[in-house]
Design a protein around this ligand. Structure first.
Ligand SMILES: [Fe+2]
Length: 183
């Protein structure tokens, strides 16, 4: 398992993500992460949720399966990879929404037919690999978990964060925030 032992390392990884295409979407992993963080912040989200949004796809920068993993029928479980890598240094209010952001998609597909209809093609393709929409029992269990609401808010920001060329605050804007939450 990969662990991340400093905020510095996070920023190195995300900067490197500026060169990585984001899974069939018109943005890089870095642009996607910055847009997600900005959307949460603009809605008045807690600092912990802004950090979660910025870091939710860090797991994609920790595996070596490449951008076409989903096309090859592989679920990299990036949400677990990312949360585990940060587990020793960030609070549950950051880690839980990261770990739960794929489950939140599966939950929303169950709870809201319009949500499923509006998903991007790449997101629909990975949904099947991730287990498809939740069953009623799974949805009930999910929504009772701590930070389920935050994971859903993060998910909506995640889904929206695919806008080509959108001007948003740059990566450095978030360094102080991540350092404050780091322990
Ligand atoms: Fe994402």
């Amino acid at each position: 398992m990969t662990t991340i032992d400093s905020p510095e390392r996070i920023f190195e990884l995300l900067s490197a993500g500026g060169g990585e295409a984001y899974f069939g979407e018109p943005v890089t992993v870095l642009e996607h992460s910055l847009q997600a963080a900005w959307f949460v912040q603009r809605k008045g989200g807690e600092e912990t949720l802004v950090a979660a949004a910025l870091l939710h796809d860090l797991g994609h920068l920790l595996h070596s399966e490449g951008e076409d993993a989903a096309e090859r029928g592989l679920d990299t479980r990036h949400e677990e990879l990312g949360a585990e890598a940060l587990a020793e240094h960030l609070p549950a209010a950051v880690l839980d929404p990261i770990r739960m952001h794929v489950a939140a998609k599966r939950y929303l597909c169950r709870a809201n037919a319009r949500y499923l209809a509006a998903l991007s093609l790449a997101s629909v393709a990975s949904l099947a690999l991730q287990g498809g929409p939740m069953s009623a029992a799974e949805a009930e269990e999910f929504i009772a978990l701590p930070h389920a609401g935050e994971a859903i808010t993060l998910r909506h920001a995640d889904d929206a964060a695919k806008v080509r060329g959108l001007g948003v605050p740059e990566l450095e804007t978030y360094r102080a925030l991540v350092e404050r939450l780091w322990h």
